[in-house]
Design a protein around this ligand. Structure first.
Ligand code: ADP
Ligand code: MG
Length: 288
């Protein structure tokens, strides 16, 4: 049977807007020394804005936004929303077919009978598209039409309010290993990592790479030291399940992430995590 004190801990967590799905997780939270984060929507707001459209090879800026918006129309990725907002016009759904999301890379779709690819450098490479590199610390959405590089869209996200404060408070409670895993490029990852003083950041990862990185980080933990993962996306579900403590964002998070998680932060505020660590440790002192 579960000692009554554990329910007190779950209750205290719920009072600060954190759902803990079982008393066993309080023990793991109390022992958490490493915390691994997804970037988009977790450390950053997950609200991208288009800052520049670069058109090449005979395509106009309007063409770039048109093909990009049509290809992204059915995607739930935060990137898709920013491109549709920048396009700003209605999309004729009858012109879109074979839309496929390439997890952690981008989209392939047929738009008005033309083959469109939009996504990161990896997606272009995998499809033999030659594209120029841009080294600005922003996310780049490369666009290819009928196998030809057509241009790219520069988009940026901002660090979420409270992320910096949360990292400081986590270090203070002894969660000393703070790691970011992202599918985004090096330039963006390094900028976010530096701003938040993370201890480690790994970039250009596929969703499966995120799982293997978490497995490796778990192996590096000492006995009685636990690892948590914080994420929000559909892609994050396997990593949330693999971590000792899977933490999902409640309002921005996908249903899949919320389902797979052990802990849900209802308002997505990362500052709740160091508070949760304190509650978990206090609960264990009372129970044991
Ligand atoms: P994160 O690790 O930040 O959560 P994802 O794994 O969702 O990022 O995506 C990794 C990268 O793949 C993005 O930074 C972007 O370059 C590209 N990408 C993913 N989905 C899309 C999309 N729908 N449109 C364009 N690019 C995308
Ligand atoms: Mg993500």
């Amino acid at each position: 049977s579960v000692p009554l004190g554990f329910f007190g801990g779950i209750g205290a967590a719920s009072k600060i807007g954190v759902l803990v799905k079982g008393s066993n997780y309080l023990e793991a939270i109390a022992q958490m020394k490493s915390l691994v984060f997804d970037k988009t929507g977790t450390l950053t707001k997950g609200e991208f804005k288009v800052s520049e459209v670069i058109n090449l090879n005979g395509f106009s800026k309007e063409d770039i936004l048109y093909y990009a918006a049509y290809a992204e129309k059915f995607s739930t990725h935060p990137i898709a929303k920013s491109i549709l907002t920048a396009y700003g016009k209605d999309v004729d759904l009858s012109l879109i077919s074979n839309q496929q999301e390439v997890s952690g890379q981008g989209i392939s779709s047929v738009v008005n009978k033309r083959e469109v690819l939009i996504g990161n450098y990896k997606l272009m490479q995998a499809n033999g598209i030659d594209c120029e590199i841009n080294d600005s610390p922003a996310t780049i959405c490369y666009l290819a039409v009928d196998g030809k590089f057509a241009g790219y869209i520069i988009i940026s996200d901002v660090i979420k309010e409270g992320s910096k404060e949360a990292m400081k408070a986590l270090s203070k409670v002894g969660v000393s290993k703070l790691v970011m895993l992202t599918g985004d490029r090096k330039e963006v990852a390094m900028a976010v990592s530096k701003e938040l003083s993370l201890t480690d950041c790994r970039y250009e990862l596929l969703p499966t790479d995120k799982v293997s990185n978490v497995e490796e980080l778990i192996k590096a933990c000492k006995k009685d030291e636990k690892l948590g993962f914080v994420g929000d996306g559909i892609n994050d579900a396997p990593v949330l399940m693999r971590a000792d403590v899977g933490i999902a964002m409640g309002s921005l998070g996908s249903d899949a992430a919320i389902e797979a998680a052990d802990v849900v932060i209802m308002d997505d505020d990362l500052r709740k995590i160091p508070k949760l660590v304190r509650i978990a440790r206090k609960t264990l002192r009372i129970v044991k």
